[in-house]
Design a protein around this ligand. Structure first.
Ligand code: NDP
Length: 255
């Protein structure tokens, strides 16, 4: 077995984060899974992981979680920044306060966690930070500008961070999932119809919503969260992980 590491996985109450937390427990690591819906992490607790309540957009929560783990374990070897939200609709129709909240979760909360774990990783001279971006961190489609902008920002943030902290033995890895069957994809179609389905963007919104519905339907080739979880485990356990892992079905959404 690979060396036993202390891991913090955010967004561990569903989808990719829950699958990753369980996969890391199975691989023998000490795993803390953080999310707001702590009641959704019973399976993680049963498997031997440690669910912990955290809203990543609240500084006090983030500080408490890092302090709790450092007090209990003395170190955090791996930070998996997976918590994320989507936001769909035309730029014209999307309220800016929703866009600001998206950035608080997808970028600033993640950045605060990075700031808090780095001193301990630097002192140890090792650590792995895994940021779950998206294939949407490389390309952008209509009616999701704020989401794509947040993931593009995360890509640049991560590439810059890697160059800052590599000399301290800290590795920074980006995961770019394609279309994965989670609650995230389920919500996309409804949001497109709610936000832009009645105005000037209605035809485009309906077409995009149908594609999102298809991506989540039974016949779809969308990938299971486990394939992303396996890539995260590989990035942690490999002596020389890739800088970016593109994982899962890319599908017609991206054509
Ligand atoms: P889910 O909706 O299943 O999971 C999202 C997770 O993020 C939940 O555990 C949720 O927990 C957590 N989360 C959301 N807001 C907060 C918050 N304020 N504080 C703490 N945790 C929060 O979606 P996925 O598993 O699909 O998404 C995981 C990541 O994968 C995201 O970053 C997403 O952008 C990315 N991704 C997903 C793709 C897909 O097709 N599904 C494709 C590309 C990227 P809770 O609500 O309990 O707090």
């Amino acid at each position: 077995m690979a060396e036993r590491k202390v891991c913090l996985v955010t967004g561990a109450s569903s989808g990719i984060g829950l699958a990753a937390a369980l996969e890391l427990v199975r691989a023998g690591h000490i795993v803390y899974g953080a999310a707001r819906r702590v009641e959704r992490m019973d399976s993680l607790r049963a498997a031997g992981g440690h669910p912990i309540a955290m809203d990543v957009s609240r500084d006090a929560d983030v500080e408490r979680v890092v302090r709790t783990i450092l007090d209990a374990q003395g170190r955090i070897d791996v930070l998996v920044n997976n918590a994320g939200v989507g936001l769909h609709g035309s730029i014209e129709d999307t309220p800016l306060d929703k866009a600001r909240h998206l950035f608080e979760v997808n970028l600033f909360g993640l950045a605060r966690l990075v700031q808090l774990v780095l001193p301990s990783m630097r002192t140890l001279g090792s650590g792995t930070i895994i940021n779950v971006s998206s294939i949407g961190g490389e390309i952008a489609l209509p009616l999701g500008a704020w989401y794509y902008a947040s993931k593009h920002a995360l890509e640049a943030f991560s590439d810059s961070l890697r160059q800052e902290v590599g000399r301290f033995g800290v590795r920074v890895v980006l995961i770019q999932p394609g279309i994965i069957k989670t609650e995230f994809e389920k919500g996309t179609a409804q949001e497109l119809r709610d936000v832009s389905g009645h105005g000037a963007y209605a035809i485009m919104a309906e077409a995009m919503a149908k594609r999102a519905d298809q991506a989540f339907s039974g016949e779809s080739k969308a990938s299971e969260p486990l394939v992303v979880a396996e890539a995260i485990r590989e990035a942690i356990d490999s002596p020389s992980p890739k800088v970016r892992y593109v994982v899962g079905y890319l599908g017609k959404m991206l054509l």
